[in-house]
Design a protein around this ligand. Sequence first.
Ligand code: ADP
Ligand code: MG
Length: 591
Amino acid sequence: MALLTDFAAGAEVNRASATDHTYAHYRIVPARHPGRTFGTAFAALVIAAVLYSVLTNPRWGWPVFAEWFFAEPVLAGLGRTLLLTALASVSGSLLGTALALARVSRSPLLASLSFGYIWLLRSIPLIVLLLVLNNLGYLYETISLGVPFTNTVFLNYPTTQLLTPFAAAFLGLTLNQSAFFAEIVRGGILSVDQGQHEAAAALGLPRRRQALRIVLPQAMRSILPTGFNEIIGLAKSTSMVYVLALPELFYTVQVIYRRNLEVIPLLMVATVWYLVIMTGLSIAQHYIERYFSKGAVRNPVPLPFQAFFQHFRRPLPVVAQAAAAASKSGFRDAQVFRSGGAVHVNAISKSFGSLKVLDNVELTLPAGSVTAILGPSGSGKSTLLRTINHLERVDDGFISIDSELVGYRQKGDTLYELKEKDILKSRADIAMVFQNFNLFPHLTVLENLIEAPIHVRGLARDEAIRLAQELLARVGLSDKINAYPRQLSGGQQQRVAIARALALRPKVLLFDEPTSALDPELVGEVLDVIKELARTGTTLMIVTHEIGFAREVADTVVFMEAGRVLEAGPPDRIFRDAQHPRIREFLAKVL
Ligand code: ADP
Ligand code: MG
């Protein structure tokens, strides 16, 4: 107790002395870092020693260096090096990207061809490849263009005339570069989240558009650092084409020092030019990386001249009035909704290996109905949704929407699977909202929303923008139209995802646990949007664990377990007295 009083008294004294002086006059002493000071001194010493030696040793021959640095043959050689690097990196990257896409394609033969090419070209040393190409005239005296295996020939040239040293160098570097670049691009593609592929497919985007707009731009983030490494490597590898006696930078320098015997100064001429090239490439890399980091960071740094270019952007059409009206009236009287489709799930079964995930599931959802699917984890709810928009194929049975088969064409009693192009097109009638939102992070909210309407539905851009603005107003996010998904909260992201699904104007909208990834306080805002939607006439199918919500909005509740529908019926009955003891047990646990 005495100690305590002493302590209190001490505190009193401190406070008293603090009021005597003003804080502003305390002296601040930064922490000392003797190690850091020593390191700095050491670095200064090393730099001074290197500079001293380089500048004072006359054998470096700086006057000779100065004489040759801008000499005409050197600049001509530099020009050839730059041209070769630029050409080979462009064609190498293009060919490499094509090879990577071939390698991940679904055609096994195409994938093997690409694999074989990469294996071969990565194994052959560049210098060997260059020499073989240089001697191609010995192997094939002429190069002709015609129809294979016939006598039709359009062009016929002597190989040595066509394959000049420059062409051989360009070809060799391209072939070599593409093999390495292909693997870098493949690595980038693999790094893109599976959900992105799935969301792009669910929107029905054509395959090409999926690859070029959704997957590759995101892959760029991991392609660029290693890709630029390759290009810098390439700029240096061009020095290897001296074996073809092509007067690029290194070869030119060699020719000169053989004549004047000033080896070191001339090697320095080449070295400094290489340094200049690499510096330029590194700066380019920095800005290109920043461009492709769009949306990947929460607070992006604006690019240089971005404000300037923004001037030339077309402004968004103003639909403030329509938007305001829309946000007031909610979804109810919207013109944007199509009437719902009637879904018929006809005795479908599906197995993964020996695991039967769907077992003879039979469901009928009338047009405009709202169905909630409940059931324990692993009971096949997600798989059921995925079969409805044909992201997953069924083993048996079929699904139809307004009596049209999903994914197949019927002829007699045989079902023929549709071509992917047609599946993608028909998939747009069945939109899907995912648990993890799967918004495209590199596109703004607006770009996320107009992508499918333009490229699947064929809407004009202005029309698509207007639709997007209206939908955003309805989900209460008009002010976020130019934000990137990562700048939004989870609830906002899911509302954008719902708007994106609605922008397809689907007949059927599938929700796979739309609120499971959200904080409890954000669940409400998403459920409110779905509640609004429930009365628009679009057919909804919602996998959810929100029992209260299901009871309020659903016409039908379906309970699934182990791939089977245990019971289906109006919510009142299911929740009050389910027939099945298993359901009563489940409800007792989650309620
Ligand atoms: P739910 O959504 O009801 O939790 P899912 O439909 O996701 O269940 O999965 C049902 C069952 O199918 C689970 O046991 C799951 O492990 C299995 N499954 C789902 N997809 C695959 C797949 N591609 N390969 C193998 N098993 C899978
Ligand atoms: Mg699931």
